[in-house]
Design a protein. Structure first.
Length: 281
């Protein structure tokens, strides 16, 4: 805290920013964009930098939906236009914008990863309720939640990765979030991993968990197994019966976030147990 905050002269931030963005956060994110992208251009012609030209053309065509021939090659002009947009657009459009930049700058180095990490530091410092997770701006306010999801996204198993990424995309779609299908994708990620462990791609999660327990090659606690089987039953249509959770019409972000974090944590747990049990995934 600053001196004035310690003395109680200026208030200390205490409210997490979910449905708004204060000026400190908006300026902070602009400064991060400047440090990682805009400052790469030092001769003022965008076309002199292949990667930056690619980014700006994609920005004009796909993000702003402007005629590409209105994109000025003289960077001071383009920068002024982007800056005006950034500081006048809605709070959620700022998140759309930084997410677009991180996903469309084509350089093969660590620029985008470092950019997202620095953004997360800024988001945390300014009490934003959002973070970059797996390249997507996500409403996960707990650092432990973010850590679990990030770790699960690094599991080098294609079906698991695909389901988790899709769950994350459906959860964080700011225009049309689909919480029901996000939940289904999250549990499908766990199911895919259990099918791989049991070497049976056609089994269900419940049967796979039973087999894992019977085989004894994973030291899986029976209560934990039963708990996850119950979660699975809420999201499936076993025996043609749709269970209570998926019948609800009022599923919201808390339900989908809980399932994404829980499934990610269980995936990390199973991967660790498989490694200790000598199972090669």
């Amino acid at each position: 805290m600053r001196f004035s905050q310690r003395k109680g002269i200026k208030p200390v931030k205490s409210k997490i920013q979910i449905d708004s963005m204060d000026n400190d956060l908006r300026i902070g994110l602009w400064n991060v964009l400047t440090a990682f992208y805009w400052d790469k251009i030092d001769v003022n012609f965008i076309s002199a930098y292949k990667d930056m030209e690619h980014l700006f053309r994609a920005m004009w065509i796909l993000h702003f939906k402007k005629p590409v021939d209105t994109l000025a090659d003289w960077f001071p002009t383009t920068r002024r236009e982007i800056r005006k947009y950034f500081f006048t657009c809605n709070w959620f459009e700022v998140y759309d914008f930084i997410e677009f930049v991180a996903r469309n700058y084509p350089e093969e180095s660590d620029t985008n990863e470092h950019f997202m990490g620095t953004c997360n530091d800024m988001l945390k410092r300014e009490l934003s309720g959002y973070r970059f997770v797996g390249g997507i701006i996500t409403q996960l306010t707990s650092e432990d939640e973010i850590s679990e999801v990030e770790e699960a996204l690094q599991v080098p198993i294609s079906p698991v990765n695909e389901h988790l990424n899709r769950a994350l995309e459906l959860l964080t779609d700011r225009k049309n979030p689909d919480y029901r299908n996000s939940i289904k994708e999250a549990i499908s990620a766990v199911e895919s991993l259990c099918c791989l462990i049991t070497e049976n791609e056609n089994t269900t999660l419940g049967r796979a968990l039973n087999k894992i327990e019977r085989d004894g090659n994973l030291d899986l606690h029976p209560d934990l197994k039963e708990g996850f089987k119950k979660l699975y039953s809420y999201t499936s249509e076993a025996d043609g019966i749709r269970h209570s959770l998926m019948d609800q019409s009022n599923l919201d972000i808390e339900d989908a976030k809980f399932m994404l974090v829980s499934c990610s944590a269980f995936i990390n747990y199973l991967v660790s147990k498989a490694s200790k049990g000598g199972i090669n995934l």
